[in-house]
Design a protein around this ligand. Sequence first.
Ligand code: PA5
Length: 446
Amino acid sequence: MSHSLEWSRAYAHRLTAGDGERFSSRQEELAAQLARELASGQLPFLNMPYREKLLHDLPPLISRLKQFKHMLLLGIGGSALGARAIQRAFAPGQDGPNHAGPWLWIADNVCAKTFEALLGKLSPAETAVVCISKSGGTIETLAQYFLAREWLGKAMGERWKEHMIIVTDREKGYLREEVGRFDLSSLEVPDFLGGRYSALSAVGMLPAAFLGIDWQALLDGALDVARPLIRDPAGLGRHPSFSLACWARALEERQYSQLIFFCYIPSWAAYGLWFAQLWAESLGKEGKGTMPVPAVGVTDQHSVNQMFLDGPRDKGCLFLTGRSQPKCCGFGQDLPDKWSWLAGKPFSNLLEAEALGTRMALAANAVPIVHIDMDDDGPRAAGALMMLLEAATVFTGWLLDINPLDQPAVELGKRLANARLGAGGYPEENAALSAFLAVPRQEQTF
Ligand code: PA5
């Protein structure tokens, strides 16, 4: 069996098959772009030219890291969300009772309280700190790096260096300089591999391997999906990622402004946040794009689903299910009469039945749906899904005539924050800050 996309309810309501076909007619042009960008090395998430080196470099590092009970990951955005999704899906033990390690702690915010609590409770001697930043200059990550470096140094002296691993650009950036300065262990984030496309590189694979997850299977699954595109870019039109892109582009054209990612594989719930960043940061440009809305079945049936069903008719849905649900926790025969129809059935039947019910209700309420049905919920399947969604995101960007690999709009806020913190070289931002703060406040207290 293989994973599948089910299209019978994708072109529905005000979205017609003709809408998708208009965009699929651009397949030759996009196939040529794909061939060009693969040849020039600009799509490393797809053909993974770094894979051999990673297979060579990662295992010895992991053998060394096995001495640590804890890994503290410092990173944000694409440097953190993939690792979190992979940990929650494939090493969930640390989030439940009686876990004996290893543990992965992801610090992807600048919450002083949380960070202080982490450093206060972790033992430096038992902790490897992994600092991940493609640019090597992200203020949130660097700030945590400086604090963690000091924390390790106070406890370990010069041996702090043995506890610090850097994952960053091969040549550029402040963190790469730190590697040279202190002779720190490091792994590379390959050229042209932006944060949100980097989960299947050292960025996500180092924490995955530390947790004992089958990280090679994640890569294999991704390559299963990418291989047809790499071998035959001209066949782009037949690839499911391109079909998804045409559908998503057609949705946007027809004023569906939101794309629900409804995940009915509960252990994969954190993939919703990973997908949201991938989709939003890649496609929200020049007034274009659709807003990703991550939701988790069945939990969100009792939360945001009412809005999906009967709010504005502006939503499409990627509906994710898995075929292999565990048959554990069956109901016994001793149930009250009112519930006797559950007797002898596995608990997991609820998930299947509720997923079907919700999918039908969405379809009945004017939501175009692509149903992604995974044959299983193992790492290889997750790698396949990640690659499918990354490729679909890039092709949607090309159909929108924007660059899905950059994120220019987010720079302004970063520059203003740096200026606010007193960094030099921001005269315009300093002036803008003064002007903004000079506007008289109109306060209402509560
Ligand atoms: O996807 C992206 O490019 C961003 O979300 C980055 O991952 C994020 O800004 C962190 O950047 P860096 O890895 O350079 O620290």
